[in-house]
Write a protein of this length. Structure first.
Length: 293
């Protein structure tokens, strides 16, 4: 395993400003991180340079800073949208797909190796699971060819649906994702296991990892205090309720070789600038501790 952190380790500051990605990379490197996860879930928010005509200049600057610092990008998080939403117009879908491909291109330009993406659910289907499974297979088969053309693999993330109960999302269990991967039959695509989502869904994390086995290509590592309140989610491991010994034990049992990647957006935003350096150092030390369990 390789310790990694999402670019949202430091993103929003207490006063509301956004830390530039290049500055976050410099601070992360000083704390010990040498591998990063470029997260377009955050960099697709309003006023992001990714959404402007200057997106190529922005990502080129990130790539230049990567080389200067001597760091790498491993798994990243592609732009995602609800591609099975039947209310979307063709124009809206084209714009979303443009941003999906732009995010993949950005990940290629920083020499990442894999992009995480989300499954979607056809909520209007009577046979929701069966129809959603087939539509996801079709969508990801097409997306995989585009990603492979950029030298990228894909990983589909497990979802959580506690906040929309009694409705449920397709892809919220290891079983559904393993079944989807078996159906696709292509080792260029696999699963990203989000431990926080697994905790929210009250799943046996160790057994879920063992079930996924060879299909596991990426991880999202965060903890939580709530199943529904976003402000209490995406906290640093050991700050929440997850049994990390069992999680790491399972990763080692399946000989997981990918990134152990923090996705803790509610960590760095808590600290004033004066405390960021020791806070990021602690984050790196927590990561090293967890991988050594």
């Amino acid at each position: 395993m390789k310790l990694s952190t999402s670019s949202n380790l430091v993103f929003t500051r207490p006063d509301g400003r956004i830390m530039p990605l290049t500055e976050m990379m410099r601070m992360g490197k000083e704390a010990g991180f040498t591998r990063f996860d470029l997260n377009f879930y955050d960099w697709s928010l309003p006023h992001s340079p990714f959404l402007t005509e200057g997106w190529r200049q922005w990502i080129d600057q990130v790539a230049e800073e990567k080389e200067r610092l001597g760091v790498t990008f491993g798994q990243c998080h592609a732009y995602t949208y609800n591609f099975l939403d039947r209310a979307l117009t063709e124009e809206e879908k084209e714009r979303h797909e443009e941003l999906v491909m732009r995010s993949l291109t950005c990940c290629h330009l920083v020499e990442a190796t894999l992009c995480v993406t989300h499954p979607d659910t056809d909520f209007s289907a009577v046979c929701q699971t069966r129809i959603s499974r087939e539509k996801n297979r079709q969508y990801f088969a097409a997306l995989l060819e585009k990603a492979a053309g950029l030298g990228l693999e894909l990983a589909v993330e497990n979802m959580c649906d506690a906040a929309i109960s009694p409705r449920r999302k397709y892809g919220a269990s290891a079983e559904e994702l393993a079944e989807l991967m078996d159906l696709m039959g292509d080792d260029r695509i696999g699963v990203c296991w989000d431990f926080e989502h697994g905790e929210i869904m009250k799943q046996d994390q160790e057994q879920s990892i063992l079930l996924l086995g060879k299909h596991l290509k990426a991880t999202h590592v965060s903890d939580t205090h709530s199943a529904t309140d976003p402000d209490l989610m995406h906290v640093m491991p050991l700050f929440g309720k997850i049994d990390w010994k069992a999680c790491v034990r399972a990763l080692k049992k399946v000989n997981y070789q990918g990134d152990f990647s923090f996705e803790v957006s509610h960590y760095g935003e808590c600290f004033p600038d004066e405390l960021l350096k020791p806070a990021l150092k602690l984050a790196w030390e927590i990561g090293e501790y967890l991988m050594g369990l």
